[in-house]
Design a protein around this ligand. Structure first.
Ligand code: ZN
Ligand code: ZN
Length: 187
């Protein structure tokens, strides 16, 4: 994993947390309250270090995740100035600061958690940094909103031709079925 891959993984995690906390509907279902298992699944996208996520941390992730969601939606809508303000606010409130770290059996890599902040704040600092690095990068036009009904997820287009319209195959299939049904009723 190189330095860029590390931040890409954090960006994937940031998007997952944003959807879990900010999107009103995920893939056709109303969003559920954030819980410990979801936070851990999000963090597993970017770390294999041991995790300690308690109820307080879940609350912090919920608040920070909503902020990230709003910023990413603004970015996807090309409201770049407003997105930059929102991300700057998050970077300031989480006291994001680059610091090289090394865990047992890992190479040196950048962390963004300031000394003394909570576990959740440290992660939110990293997610905010990963989202902020989208600005001015080629990755930015890969960020978009899911085109399916009843899904407010944002996603990073992983296809070569930049044609992905849905956050997931679940949303793609649901949309196909809906289109097929509406054709059926017209005849
Ligand atoms: Zn690390
Ligand atoms: Zn979707």
């Amino acid at each position: 994993m190189d330095a860029t891959d590390h931040l890409k993984a954090s960006l994937e995690a940031a998007v997952a947390l944003a959807n879990a906390t900010g999107a009103e509907s995920n893939q056709g279902r109303a969003r559920e309250a954030l819980d410990q298992a979801t936070v851990e699944a999000v963090l597993r996208l970017t770390t294999n270090q041991p995790l300690s996520i308690d109820e307080v941390a879940v609350g912090e992730f919920a608040t920070g995740g909503e902020q990230i969601y709003r910023a990413l939606v603004l970015l996807a809508e090309e409201e770049t100035d407003a997105a930059a303000s929102a991300l700057n606010a998050l970077l300031a409130s989480t006291r994001a600061a680059p610091m090289l770290r090394r865990h047992p059996e890992s190479a040196w890599h950048l962390h963004f958690a300031s000394e003394g902040v909570s576990v959740a704040t440290g992660w939110l600092a990293e997610f905010g940094t990963a989202a902020a690095m989208l600005l001015g990068s080629d990755e930015l036009d890969r960020l978009r909103s899911c085109a399916a009904g009843r899904c407010d997820n944002i996603f990073l287009d992983a296809t070569r031709n930049h044609r992905q319209r849905f956050c997931s195959t679940a949303c793609q299939n649901r949309t196909k079925v809906a289109a097929f049904r509406s054709r059926g009723t017209q005849t």
